[in-house]
Design a protein around this ligand. Structure first.
Ligand code: FDA
Length: 392
């Protein structure tokens, strides 16, 4: 039987970071992935440029049933630690906006940096390798794998969430958690576009490709970002962000005029430009197409002087607090992350180790820790992987 200090299942962001850090500490590490390639999500991320961290990452950027859990790991491996690694390896990058750091060139630069360090530290990486069964032994864990039986004193689960099955996502990590007595909190797609039904869908289809700055609100959370109309409904960063806080049936409120009070603006325009048509005024704020479609669908366009005060209030309400109930989300097929997962209340926040089964660790997205959009999810993968690597 093959024997090693540490087996890590899942060679994604968290697994690679854990492997290279533990191996640099002198641990013998076997890193297994069932996909034919390590780090597929890294390659796909950030539109091919990997938004690898966020300079302003802090615990408030993460959703979890146990909001304190992420604090320790995030404090011990900060965005600046990862930025230093990126700098040492000469990977060019830039801040796109809001602290979001992207590669200048390709996501591959980040993956190559991680794989290079794994190789240098002697990590044994095996792709296209499945783990069939895991048992606890006196000395640690025994795995039945495509490589034959493998024994290790530490076992790290880094299998990620359920989003994008075509990139290798499986529910394996949740099965292992349950096998060793852990609770798995209900999972659902996060950072995902909304689908829209009924007549509103026609508007979305006609405006497909149009992007607009807005403030979107749901369940006490709000984000100011762009909204994008799509053939299926609504997307764009504002929608992806709020989708993580939305449950079926919840109302989403969208302020399409985030820089002004809608009613005051309309009243001011009525006083200053009574002969101008509403459509003309909206065309100065939105695209002409959007202004035309909004006035065709929502309000009859006429000269501003002809609107009664109550009509102006209705228009202001629609523009400043447009309320809609999405039909659903596009689900795991396109979601960037999975909300919920392994309950962190049964893990050490210092080591990521199971409080139920010594030597068993969970890191990355398989846990019930989900970041906002903007590099926060990778930062959690790096930080949790680095934390576990100190103890495996
Ligand atoms: P990850 O999913 O990266 O890795 C899990 C690994 O486990 C995979 O390699 C998988 O093949 C393997 N695996 C699964 N089941 C297995 C099994 N049974 N046996 C063996 N191996 C198994 N975040 C961010 O911060 N910035 C960004 O720009 C983006 N962009 C982005 C784009 C897209 C399209 C997606 C889908 C996601 C993002 N994300 C993101 C989110 C980010 O990719 C995600 O949070 C991290 O990759 C999570 O890292 P993990 O290592 O936990 O899982």
């Amino acid at each position: 039987m093959r024997s090693t200090d540490v087996v890590i299942i899942g060679a994604g962001a968290a697994g690679l970071m854990c492997a290279l850090t533990a191996a640099a500490r002198g641990r013998q590490v076997l890193l297994i992935d069932s996909s034919n390639k390590a780090g597929k999500k890294i390659l796909m991320s950030g539109g091919g440029r990997c938004n690898f961290t966020n300079m302003y990452a802090e615990p408030a950027n993460y959703a979890s049933r146990n909001p304190h859990f992420c604090k320790s790991a995030l404090a011990r491996y900060t965005p600046w630690d990862f930025i230093a690694m990126v700098g040492e390896h000469g990977v060019p990058y830039h801040e796109k906006k809001l602290g979001q750091l992207f590669c200048d060139n390709r996501s591959k630069d980040i993956l190559q940096m991680l794989l290079g360090q794994c190789e240098q530290a002697g990590v044994d990486l095996r792709v296209s390798t499945s783990v069939r069964q895991i048992e606890r032994t006196e000395a640690g864990y025994r795995l039945s794998t495509d490589l034959g039986p493998v024994a290790s004193s530490s076992l790290v689960i880094a299998t990620g969430g359920l989003s994008i099955p075509t990139l290798g996502a499986t529910g394996f990590g949740y099965e292992i958690a349950r096998q060793f007595g852990h609770d798995v909190l209900p999972t659902r797609a996060g950072l995902v576009p909304f689908t829209i039904g009924g007549r509103l869908k026609d508007l979305c289809v006609e405006l497909s490709g149009t992007s607009v700055d807005c403030v979107v609100r749901c369940n006490g959370e709000s984000f100011r970002e762009n909204l994008l109309f799509t053939h299926r409904g609504l997307s764009g960063p504002a929608i992806l962000q709020i989708s993580s806080f939305w449950h079926p049936g919840d109302v989403v409120e969208i302020n399409l005029l985030p820089d002004r009070d809608a009613l005051e603006w309309l009243q001011g325009q009525q006083a200053a430009r009574p002969s101008s048509e509403l459509k003309t005024l909206l065309g100065e704020v939105f695209t002409k197409k959007m202004a035309t479609l909004l006035t065709d669908r929502w309000f009859a366009s006429k000269p501003m002087r002809q609107y009664a005060p109550a009509e102006l209030r209705d228009i202001a309400a629609k523009l400043g607090a447009w309320q809609l109930v999405p039909a659903g989300t596009e689900g795991y097929r396109t979601a960037e992350v999975t909300l919920g997962g392994v309950d962190t209340r049964e893990l050490s926040s210092t080591t990521m180790e199971s409080l139920r089964s010594p030597g068993l660790y969970f890191i990355g997205e398989v846990l019930d820790v989900t970041g906002h959009l903007g590099g926060f999810n990778f930062q959690w993968a790096w930080a949790s992987g680095h934390a576990a690597a100190q103890y495996v």
